[in-house]
Design a protein around this ligand. Structure first.
Ligand SMILES: Cc1cc2nc3c(=O)[nH]c(=O)nc-3n(C[C@H](O)[C@H](O)[C@H](O)COP(=O)(O)OP(=O)(O)OC[C@H]3O[C@@H](n4cnc5c(N)ncnc54)[C@H](O)[C@@H]3O)c2cc1C
Length: 238
């Protein structure tokens, strides 16, 4: 049976009506950039993963979370108060953004998919990505945009309203042809499944090898299956 860890909540801060950061005690637990905690919900059974945004040398765990209305965990976690206790498993997970043996990398995120890059930023500020494409629906959801755009060449892609001057109105997938494609560039993709698979396919169609494309899928949208063809009437021999 997997043993749960327990940590006290230190802080919850909402940046928008739906996006918040929760800070927990770290209790000296080791982790690597890109890892996540699996938080155990109030029923003791439901578990959801959240990537760490804090740095390797900090003595706290932070996670940047989008509250999903009606969701089992994200609204509950956002209502935690300092001193409350949270049960979790981990840190764990294979995603290692920015860790490509010294090779340069581009980071492409939608929404809170920016979280693992924040952990890299706090851990290795001397190794910024060559490009960051950061997709959000509304400008206010682009948390830490000022910090990140001051650190690396960043294009904000805003699908639901006009972006700040010099940025893109639309999706990250509209401007993939602005990415540097030559080896040894790596690509770290994080967020929703549609974006990740579209970017991965686009890169592979342009000859980027699979082992230079890395991803962490936060959410897989349920797919509607095409309707089954009508059943043929049974044939009873001639
Ligand atoms: C490795 C990993 C790391 C992750 N890291 C983060 C992170 O750093 N920050 C973060 O905010 N999330 C992260 N997630 C997503 C997170 O684990 C949850 O899936 C999310 O918070 C929803 O959980 P919930 O219990 O609130 O909603 P649920 O009860 O799971 O879902 C409620 C309803 O909303 C739908 N839904 C769930 N998620 C989404 C979504 N993102 N968009 C649209 N509809 C959705 C579901 O299909 C369901 O119908 C990560 C996921 C993985 C696998």
């Amino acid at each position: 049976m997997i043993k749960n860890n327990t940590a006290k909540v230190l802080k919850v801060e909402y940046f928008t009506e739906r996006v918040y950061e929760i800070t927990l005690e770290r209790n000296d637990l080791p982790f690597k950039v890109g890892m996540a905690l699996s938080i155990v919900g109030p029923d003791g059974k439901t578990v959801r993963s959240f990537s760490l945004s804090s740095g390797l040398h900090e003595d706290e765990f932070r996670m940047l979370i989008k509250e999903i209305p009606g969701g089992k965990l994200s609204p509950w976690l956002g209502q935690m108060k300092p001193g409350d206790e949270v049960q979790f498993r981990g840190p764990f997970g294979p995603f290692r953004p920015g860790d490509h043996g010294g090779d340069p990398f581009c980071y492409i995120a939608t929404g809170t998919g920016i979280t693992p890059l924040l952990s890299h930023f706090h851990s290795h500020p001397e190794r910024p990505p060559a490009r960051l494409l950061y997709g959000v629906r509304h400008v206010r959801e682009a948390v830490f945009f000022d910090t990140l755009s001051g650190w690396c060449p960043t294009t904000l892609c805003v699908s639901g309203e006009d972006p700040p001057e010099g940025h893109h109105r639309g999706r990250v997938t509209d401007i993939l042809d602005t990415l540097p494609l030559e080896a040894p560039m790596h690509y770290d993709l994080c967020g929703l499944d549609d974006m990740i698979f579209d970017v991965r396919d686009w890169l592979m169609e342009r000859g980027v090898e699979k082992d230079r494309i890395h991803h962490e899928v936060f959410f897989r949208a349920p797919r509607k299956l095409p309707p089954l063809p009508p059943k043929k009437p049974p044939t009873h021999g001639a």
